[in-house]
Design a protein around this ligand. Structure first.
Ligand code: NAD
Length: 398
């Protein structure tokens, strides 16, 4: 019988034999990619002796049609109660009360880690010569920075008042016709994100964690993010991780923690991507970096994502692309992003074998040149298949 996942006293997830997992099918191509992903996930789980108690919850257009709400309370409650969930893409309501359903879920559950693993799958068309050198896992801070939503519109009374206050109190001269955004970066927000990256690197045998920042210019936000990262390593990870300066770049068996300025990083992911492994970065940097890396491995259509709170065990796993409404219901698009998000879900549950099986089967399918239209049009001698056929081909190779 399906049961909820709970949290043990030591903060680890207690996963029953058949955990209840809420899912949001998603708008647009959600009707195509969710059934495909579910079939692959169920087949891989069964092979490892697991079973998922899927339970549908509503969000987006389907929710609006059936309940008049874009994000019903029941859905948020289900994600809160059952701790994990998976979702297809959602239409962002235009002019509605909620800016973005994804942002709302992240804020309500305080999902402070945005996890984006980026690697190349043999055969996937890529714009670079050596996509195989990219194998990184990006930890993007998800709750603060200029994305925190503290913005004032140019000309508004609040913007004017703040500009005056800053002039009076701090002597800052800001043009009267400015819009204003605030960039908060806290010790709490930075260290919990960096802790998640370090724990991941240690648990998965990764070599290094790189703090990517723009601290040469923004010293007390981005620069502090870097400083707090090294501080955390010294405080909590002695013997397990070490900062570059404390070991001259030779960490021995420990995880090496280094840092790089964001603009240099964007060059180096092209020129020497194999020098980077786990990445910990602030919100805005992380947004750009994840997409740049995904493009480098040709993977925008198959890039997975997860939003996680390591303290509560909450996690929402999602396709990183949108609803591609033009293709909805055509059984045509690539379900890879949602399938690989399911892999992250399984890893979160500790179902590492089922997760690894899916990755291997997906690799084998693409290596056999069995792909959906988006890859087929860029590949030689590809066999173009439908969404459902792609899923079936993966299941055959499990
Ligand atoms: P999109 O990702 O939906 O589509 C852009 C193009 O990318 C598509 O036309 C298609 O060519 C391609 N594409 C996307 N997913 C694909 C897949 N699985 N397989 C093959 N090709 C794929 O972006 P958009 O058109 O900017 O946004 C459409 C809607 O999706 C908007 O309402 C937007 O707000 C929403 N959106 C949601 C999410 C999310 O829920 N995570 C993310 C981005 C956009």
């Amino acid at each position: 019988m399906a049961e909820p996942i709970t949290l043990a006293d030591d903060g680890t997830l207690v996963v029953p034999d058949e955990p209840i997992v809420p899912y949001i099918e998603g708008d647009g191509i959600g009707v195509d990619i969710w059934p495909a992903a579910r079939a692959v996930l169920d087949a891989a789980a069964a092979r490892s002796g697991h079973r998922v108690g899927w339970t549908e919850v509503l969000a987006g257009e389907k929710a609006y049609r059936e309940t008049g709400e874009w994000l019903p309370t029941d859905t948020v409650d289900a994600f809160r109660q059952y701790r994990v969930g998976i979702k297809g893409p959602l239409t962002t309501p235009v002019g509605g009360g909620i800016r973005s359903l994804n942002v709302a879920l992240r804020q309500i559950l305080d999902l402070y880690v945005c996890l984006r693993p980026v690697r190349w799958f043999r055969g996937v068309p890529s714009p670079v010569r050596h996509p195989e050198k990219v194998d990184m896992v990006v930890f993007r801070e998800n709750t603060e920075d200029v994305y925190a939503g503290f913005e004032l519109d140019e000309g508004s009374p609040a913007a004017r008042k703040l500009i005056e206050y800053l002039a009076d109190e701090l002597g800052w001269q800001i043009r009267a016709d400015s819009g204003i955004g605030i960039k908060p970066i806290s010790i709490t927000g930075s260290k919990r994100l960096q802790r998640a990256a370090l724990d991941y690197a240690l648990a998965r045998g990764r070599r290094s964690v790189t703090l990517v920042h723009k601290g040469n210019i923004m010293k007390f936000t981005e620069g502090s993010f870097k400083a707090w990262g090294y501080e955390l390593v010294a405080e909590e990870y002695a013997g397990r991780a070490v900062g570059w300066d404390s070991c001259g770049g030779d960490p021995g068996e420990r995880v090496l923690v280094k840092d790089v300025i964001a603009d240099a990083f964007l060059q180096q992911i092209l020129t020497r991507p194999d020098e980077y492994d786990v990445i910990a970065t602030t919100n805005l940097n992380g947004d750009y970096i994840s997409d740049a890396l995904a493009a480098q491995v040709g993977g925008i259509g198959i890039a997975p994502g997860a939003n996680i709170n390591n303290a509560t065990g909450h996690g929402v796993f999602e396709a990183t692309h949108g609803t591609a409404p033009r293709y909805a219901g055509l059984d045509k698009v690539n379900p890879g992003s949602l399938i690989l998000s399911g892999v992250l879900l399984f890893e979160h549950l500790g179902w590492d074998r089922a997760a690894a099986d899916i990755v291997a089967a997906l690799e084998a399918t693409i290596a056999d040149r069995i792909v959906t239209y988006d890859f087929a049009r860029l590949m030689d001698r590809a066999t173009e298949v439908r969404t459902s056929e792609f899923a079936a081909a993966i299941i055959d190779r499990l």
